[in-house]
Design a protein around this ligand. Structure first.
Ligand code: MN
Ligand code: MN
Ligand code: ZN
Length: 279
C-alpha cells in the first residue's frame, strides 16, 4: 500500500521529496506554490530535475499536487470565478511540469446557492479549464465536509459534476475520510466502510478512485466541520481506520495523510499507527 504525507515545498520541490522519503513515504502530496496567495514564482528547472530524479530513486509514486486554497470553481463572483479558472490551469500546468500524476481540487463553495446551481457552475469551470489546457495529469475531485456553502459533500454531487464534463478521461476522485465523516459518512465500523465503498461504486465508480486523504476527524459525525486529526485519535478512531485500511476497495488506493504537524513527532507517529492497523 502506497502511503505518504502532504509535505512542505519550502526550500524547493527536491527538498519536499527528501522530507517525504525521510518520513518513510511511498507517495506524497505537495502544493505547486504558496497555497494562500495568487502570486506564482517561475519553476526552477534544476530543482524540478532533481525532484524527478529523487522521487524515482526513492520510489515515490504517485505524486499528488493540491490546488491553491483561494481557487473557488463555484464562486458567484464573476471576477473570482474567472481568476479561479485561470489559476486552476496554472496549477494544472505546474503539476505537469513537475511530472506529477494528479491534481487534487475541492469543488468550491457558493453560500446561498442550491447544490444544483453549484454543480453546473463547477462543471462549467472545469470544462473551461480543460478547454484552455487539455490535461495530461489527472484531475481528482475531492469530497468536502460541507462547510459553509461547500458543494461536493456527497458522492452523488461529485458524480453530478463528473457527468457534466465534456471529457472525463483525465478525471477521477480523491476520497477524504475526514471530510466524508464530517459530511455524515460513518466509517467507524466495517459495515460503515462497506457502505461507503458501495456508495462510491454506485455513484462515481471505484475505477475513478485514484487517491485518498487519510485523516481522522476532530469533530462529530455529520458536524460539517473540517478539522483533521491524528489517525485513530479522533472521532473515526482505530476501529474505523482498521476497516478502511484493510477494505479490498481501498487497499490499493494511494493514501495521503493531511494530519496536523504540531511537533516533529506527529508525522512519524501517524505513519506508525497506520502501519500498525494494516493487517
Ligand atoms: Mn483538500
Ligand atoms: Mn483532503
Ligand atoms: Zn480538509
Amino acid at each position: 500500500m502506497r502511503l505518504g504525507f502532504h509535505v512542505s515545498i519550502s526550500g524547493g520541490f527536491s527538498l519536499a521529496v527528501q522530507r517525504a522519503h525521510e518520513l518513510g513515504c511511498s507517495t506524497m502530496q505537495i502544493f505547486s506554490r504558496n497555497p494562500r496567495g495568487w502570486t506564482v514564482k517561475p519553476l526552477d528547472r534544476a530543482d524540478i530535475d532533481e525532484f524527478k530524479r529523487l522521487r524515482e530513486q526513492y520510489d515515490i509514486d504517485p505524486v499528488f499536487v493540491h490546488t491553491n486554497y483561494l481557487i473557488n470553481l463555484a464562486s458567484t463572483k464573476p471576477e473570482l470565478y474567472e481568476r479561479s479558472i485561470e489559476q486552476f490551469v496554472i496549477d494544472l500546468e505546474r503539476t505537469e511540469h513537475l511530472g506529477a500524476e494528479y491534481l487534487v481540487t475541492h469543488l468550491g463553495s457558493a453560500s446561498g446557492q442550491e447544490p444544483l446551481w453549484m454543480i453546473d457552475r463547477v462543471a462549467d469551470a472545469l470544462n473551461m479549464a480543460m478547454k484552455l489546457h487539455a490535461p495530461r495529469a489527472t484531475i481528482l475531485l475531492e469530497n468536502t465536509a460541507g462547510e459553509k456553502g461547500d458543494v461536493g459533500y456527497t458522492f452523488e454531487q461529485v458524480n453530478d459534476v463528473i457527468s457534466r464534463l465534456n471529457n472525463t478521461d483525465k478525471v477521477g476522485i480523491c476520497y477524504d475520510t475526514c471530510h466524508g465523516f464530517a459530511a455524515g459518512y460513518d466509517i467507524r465500523t466495517k459495515a460503515g466502510v462497506d457502505a461507503v465503498a458501495e456508495k462510491i461504486g454506485s455513484t462515481v465508480g471505484l475505477g475513478r478512485l485514484k487517491g485518498m486523504h487519510l485523516n481522522d476527524c476532530l469533530r462529530e459525525l455529520g458536524s460539517h466541520v473540517d478539522r483533521h486529526w491524528h489517525i485513530g485519535e479522533g472521532k473515526i478512531g482505530e476501529a474505523g481506520f482498521t476497516a478502511i485500511l484493510n477494505h479490498p476497495a481501498f487497499k490499493d488506493v494511494p493514501k495521503i495523510m493531511e494530519t496536523p504537524k504540531e511537533t516533529d513527532e506527529d508525522d512519524p507517529r501517524n505513519m506508525k499507527k497506520v502501519r500498525l492497523l494494516m493487517k
